[in-house]
Write a protein that binds this ligand. Structure first.
Ligand code: NAD
Length: 356
């Protein structure tokens, strides 16, 4: 297939007309540093927010003009007819409890990642969502990081033929983990932090069947004893047709040039790029031609607008969003197989019948 001559539109998309208002349930760190700044930038309406720690939201309406009120309880947020979309940004542990409550209240939901590790618990919630005619999207906002979004669209357009290899490297510091609730999660890098990298790799290998998943994490020389989780992690995915992916976090890299470079090799070309730390870039090499793209925006915060915009478009068009739970379940299955491998001394875990 020949790629089209025009540049695919990788920017966040929103439906025409009035958009549903957002209620943020769990307005903590990521909601305040990325969700709200993104909604502010793209002019989205936030009916209100709720946090279990009210001191952090006391002055929120002064900091974000898009926020109309602070709810006294999650029940008040869920009962507000003004709220069309519940933006669920609590930690993962109680995700399904709040997801079920939001669906029962008849709300569409954008739920933070990782959605859950309890795939069985999802089934009744999805059935109720279907009965009530509400859509559930997963906040895999990195799918709309400009470099990753354009890469996805170029792959779908046939720009590099069939994908044969995906490689991600983290040449950047880790986010703050020690001393936070994230450090209490076993294999945190594999089960939580790398979820965006697992998920985008799932998108780029779409249509393939997985053969096995292998993962390893380890403490590093120099890692402080107060840091409970291993600081290095690597995950490999192998497809039955031989296509292969590698995700590698070297450790807490100290650098003045932080980046997360990636390579997508295909039968007819290569996409190279980077995300995060101001490193965002993308180029396509095909035949004798190398095309470099001038990207608009960055993962933080445009990606967060992209994930919400896709749900809003899906609601307006009465269809599953691209970031639907159904599409995200394959990413969760990859993550669970990676966790099982790390628990099993890095032994590869067969993934029979896992279709991406
Ligand atoms: N790029 C990204 O998309 C990205 C980045 C960071 C975090 N996250 C994810 O977002 C989620 C939240 O992370 P965070 O860093 O904002 O956490 P946080 O602890 O800063 O905020 C969590 C919010 O939920 C509330 N809360 C905590 N436990 C709760 C419970 N049991 N029930 C109801 N509310 C509860 C807190 O009061 C707070 O308002 C996590 O799943 C995390 O993995 C995503």
């Amino acid at each position: 297939m020949m790629p089209s001559a025009t540049l695919p539109n990788y920017l966040p998309q929103f439906p025409a007309g009035t958009q549903p208002s957002i209620g943020i349930l769990g307005c903590g760190g990521i909601a305040q540093t990325a969700h709200l700044p993104a909604y502010e930038k793209y002019g989205l309406d936030v009916a209100g927010v709720w946090s279990r720690t009210p001191t952090t939201t006391a002055d929120i309406a002064e900091r974000f003009s898009s926020v109309r009120r602070v709810y006294a309880s999650p029940e008040e947020l869920l009962a507000d007819p003004d709220v069309g979309i519940v933006d669920l940004a609590t930690p993962a542990e109680d995700r399904l409890v709040w997801l079920a409550a939001a669906v029962s209240a008849g709300k569409h939901v954008l739920a933070q990642k990782p959605l859950t590790t309890d795939l069985d618990g999802l089934a009744p919630i999805l059935a109720e969502a279907e009965d009530r005619g509400v859509w559930i999207a997963v906040n895999q906002n990195a799918r709309w990081a400009p470099a990753w979004r354009l890469a996805t669209l170029l792959i779908e357009d046939g720009a590099i033929g069939e994908v044969v290899g995906v490689t991600h490297l983290h040449d950047k510091p880790l986010p703050p983990i020690a001393g936070t609730h994230f450090d209490d999660m076993p294999h945190m890098l594999i089960t939580d932090y790398l979820m965006h990298w697992i998920d985008i790799t799932r998108c780029w290998l779409a249509g393939k069947e997985m053969a096995w998943v292998q993962a390893h994490d380890a403490r590093l020389p120099g890692q402080p004893s107060t840091a409970k989780n291993p600081w290095s992690a690597s995950i490999q995915f192998a497809c039955t047709d031989g296509a292969h992916a590698l995700l590698r976090v070297v450790g807490d890299v100290r650098t003045k040039k932080p980046s997360c470079p990636f390579w997508i090799h295909g039968t007819e070309g290569t996409i190279r790029g980077s995300v995060l730390g101001g490193s965002d870039r993308l180029e396509l090499e095909r035949g004798a031609v190398v095309t470099q793209y001038a990207l608009e925006g960055q993962w933080f915060v445009d990606g967060f607008a992209g994930a919400m915009g896709e749900l809003m478009c899906a609601i307006a068009e009465d269809r599953q969003p691209y970031n639907s739970v159904v599409h995200n379940v394959a990413s969760l299955e990859l993550m669970l197989a990676a966790r099982a491998s790390a628990d099993d001394g890095a032994r590869p875990q067969p993934t029979p019948s896992l279709q991406l």
